[in-house]
Design a protein around this ligand. Structure first.
Ligand code: CP
Ligand code: NVA
Length: 308
């Protein structure tokens, strides 16, 4: 059975095949209404449970619409409304859902919940974000880079700010897709050394550069994310903002990257904090392509999971 839990768990060949399929499905939809079914109704007769323990706009809409385009149906389950880990073990919820649905996508807090669900489910489980990683986002990001600039292998990707869950998946992707990765942020918010070790073991160059100007020199892609994630305590806001302020992505910083560098942000963005309006709305920004590509990339992920 195929779960999609993290980018590091899936072979580079399988990841490549998923992105090829995502590009093809996107191309095939040209000119069709958003809600129209694809010609290949791969999920016909299947039900996908979408479990959310945190808020979501993109993940919710992209999995829901993607499933429908493939002919399947969804069931959206909000954490507070089901017995998940509270009142019933995660393992028992996994066993029950597996009797009635064909696949489970979950957005949750701890990685342990995701892994416990996957260990006890008899249907594929997809990681729709945990405190630790966000693999579906980064599949869409690599797809977006390829769409605009061709292969990402050998390119310089720079992450500014918090070494968080999205950053973790980007570093894993550096190992799997063969790009060079530079992190620039405060030491207190460094990425997980396990991900860095994984990427290096796969032959990727991973650099930590505290000076944001030096970090973005020669960058092909500049990425950032919110300074306070959904799993961070609100009381952390002030401390994090003080630490992260030097890493804001603004036009002055982008000027040090390659002139054709792209800018990405998984969204939601806090405009005026980690990124300025000028960059978000500027010609190098592909943030809304990334958002759209969640749909196409995740359709490919779901088809891979079910081998359809
Ligand atoms: N990027 C992303 O996962 O967005 P949502 O939180 O809106 O799902
Ligand atoms: N790092 C952010 C990503 C949101 C999609 C968070 O976890 O809140």
């Amino acid at each position: 059975m195929r779960h999609f839990l993290d980018i590091r768990d899936v072979s580079p060949d399988a990841l490549r095949a998923m992105l090829d399929s995502a590009h093809a499905m996107k191309a095939a939809r040209t000119g069709r209404p958003r809600g129209a079914s694809d010609d290949e109704r791969a999920l016909e007769g299947r039900v996908v449970a979408l479990v959310f323990e945190k808020p979501s706009t993109r993940t919710r809409v992209s999995f829901d619409v993607g499933t429908r385009q493939l002919g399947g149906q969804t069931l959206v389950l909000n954490g507070g409304e089901i017995h998940l880990g509270k009142g019933e073990s995660v393992a028992d919820t996994a066993r029950v859902l597996s009797r009635m649905v064909d696949m489970i996508m979950i957005r949750t807090f701890s990685e342990e919940t995701l892994h416990e669900l996957a260990a006890h489910a008899t249907v594929p489980v997809i990681n729709g974000l945990t405190d630790r990683s966000h693999p579906c986002q980064v599949m869409a990001d690599v797809m977006t880079y390829e769409e605009h600039r061709g292969t990402i292998a050998g390119r310089k990707v720079v992450w500014l700010g918090d070494g968080n869950n999205v950053c973790a998946s980007v570093i894993q992707a550096a190992g799997q897709f063969g790009f060079d990765f530079t992190f620039s942020g405060p030491e207190a918010l460094d990425p997980d050394p396990e991900d860095i070790a994984f990427a290096r073991a796969r032959g990727a160059t991973v650099t930590i550069e505290r000076d944001p100007v030096k970090a973005v020199e020669g960058a092909d892609l500049v990425m950032t994310d919110t300074w306070l994630s959904m799993h961070d305590a609100p009381e952390e806001r002030e401390r994090r903002h003080a630490l992260l302020a030097p890493y804001q992505v603004n036009a002055a910083l982008m000027a040090h990257a390659r002139p054709d560098a792209l800018f990405m942000h998984c969204l939601p963005a806090h405009r005026g904090e980690e990124v300025t309006d000028e960059v978000m709305d500027g010609p190098q920004s592909v943030v809304f392509d990334e958002a759209e590509n969640r749909l196409h990339a995740q359709k490919a992920v779901m088809r891979w999971c079910l081998e359809v």
